[in-house]
Design a protein around this ligand. Structure first.
Ligand SMILES: Cc1ncc(COP(=O)(O)O)c(C=O)c1O
Length: 384
């Protein structure tokens, strides 16, 4: 197994050498909970128990570490399990600053679970770096960013925030779910930890729930490995296999996803029935330039609002091809209503403050024909 310069090659080959025993080109699914020991403490290849380590999961962990330019990867049963493990690095009295529109579940786990352990959080606007730096009091131990952030696709300057956080002794954690390492690699910009809901673009087919974390520092890796083994929210061998399989086509899928998204965002922006379009690939987006510096393109998530004369409930009902569902990042196009779905855990007044209005539509652009997708949007807008 080597180190691959081009990510198009790494997604297919990194993390796994053909099986020594059989030559199997794809990683076998080691569907086992335990491993025979030849004597007390004599383990073959170090395998002991599958919560602690499993060869299929390890292949995925090595793969994601390489793709994200980290040293160590960790696979979990969901994106929330990955975030929970990472947040378990902190202790009572520590504070975590979140970029202002993070995924509702990230907000909820801090607001309703980690609060029991004395870990506090604050939602902060990270677009003004000087103002943000003033928030980095000594109790702030981490900054958690999504860029683009969910669901308004707000862009944060990863390099600037990571530099300021480092200066004040805080770790930078980036949830890279919306971009994937094919479009953006936060560790290259100074982040310490990357997390993923691998359920999304990495899996890519809406058929597996999983989470990943990557670090680039050995002592941090030891701490995350300890938490992973102690708390046990690990990904099973079959789901690890599915993610490895999904990741093989990450580059080709995302090329198509993002080409579709750019075209559809431009079409929406020109449409007089559309009030506002949020897409980092549009020059009109407030974070367009920063995003162009740190990511390959604008990604494949678009949010938009229709003009007042439209009824968005009718819009969702009228869609024929595009599916109303939670989640994103699969080959099929999905829409959701953030206010009642992904971001329902955030109180309405906080949602309104950050701009997640009741009229906002979030669109995960799939890899179908762009013309078919535009035709579906067009008829649904007209019938709403
Ligand atoms: C940005 C982001 N982070 C984390 C999660 C949580 O991941 P999972 O649903 O795999 O637990 C999601 C899920 O939608 C998400 O969109």
């Amino acid at each position: 197994m080597g180190s691959y310069e081009k990510i198009e090659t790494a997604v297919i080959h990194a993390g796994y050498e053909n099986d020594k025993q059989t030559g199997a080109v794809n990683v076998p699914i080691y569907q086992t909970s335990t491993y025979q020991q030849d004597g007390i403490g004599e383990m073959r290849g170090g395998w002991e128990y599958s919560r602690t380590g499993n060869p299929t999961r390890q292949a995925l962990e090595k793969l994601i570490a390489e793709l994200e330019h980290g040293t160590d990867g960790f696979a979990f049963a969901s994106g929330m399990a990955a975030l929970t493990a990472v947040l378990s690095l902190f202790e009572s009295g520590d504070k975590i600053l979140l970029s202002s529109n993070v995924y509702g579940g990230t907000f909820r786990v801090l607001d309703k679970v980690f609060n029991h352990f004395g870990i506090t959080y604050a939602l902060e606007d990270m677009t003004d770096i000087d103002a943000f730096e003033k928030k980095l009091a000594p109790d702030v131990k981490a900054v958690l960013i999504e860029s683009p952030a969910n669901p308004l696709l707000t862009i944060t300057d990863l390099e600037a925030v990571a530099a300021v956080a480092k200066k004040h002794g805080a770790l930078t954690i980036v949830d890279n779910t919306f971009m994937s390492p094919y479009l953006q690699r936060p560790l290259d910009f100074g982040a310490d930890i990357v997390v993923h809901s691998a359920t999304k673009y990495l899996g890519g087919h809406s058929d597996v729930v999983g989470g990943l974390a990557v670090v680039k520092d050995k002592s941090l890796a030891e701490r995350v490995a300890f938490i992973q083994n102690s708390t046990g929210g690990v990904l099973g061998p079959f789901d690890s296999f599915l993610l490895i399989r999904g990741i093989k086509t990450l580059a080709v899928r995302l090329d198509r996803h993002t080409e579709n998204a750019q075209g559809i965002a431009e079409w929406l922006e020109k449409n007089p029935e559309v009030k506002k379009v949020y897409y980092p690939g549009l020059p009109s987006h407030s974070g367009h330039e920063i995003n162009a510096r740190q990511a390959k393109n604008g990604g494949a998530m678009i949010s938009f609002e229709l003009t007042e004369k439209h009824n968005i409930r009718k819009f969702y009902k009228a869609l024929r091809l595009i599916v109303l569902a939670e989640s994103l990042g699969g080959v099929e196009s999905l829409v959701c209503h953030p206010a009642t779905m992904t971001h329902a855990a955030i109180p309405k007044e906080t949602r309104d403050k950050v701009g997640i209005t009741d009229n906002l539509i979030r669109f995960s652009v799939g890899i179908e024909s762009k013309e078919d997708l535009i035709a579906d949007l067009d008829q649904a807008i007209r019938n709403s």
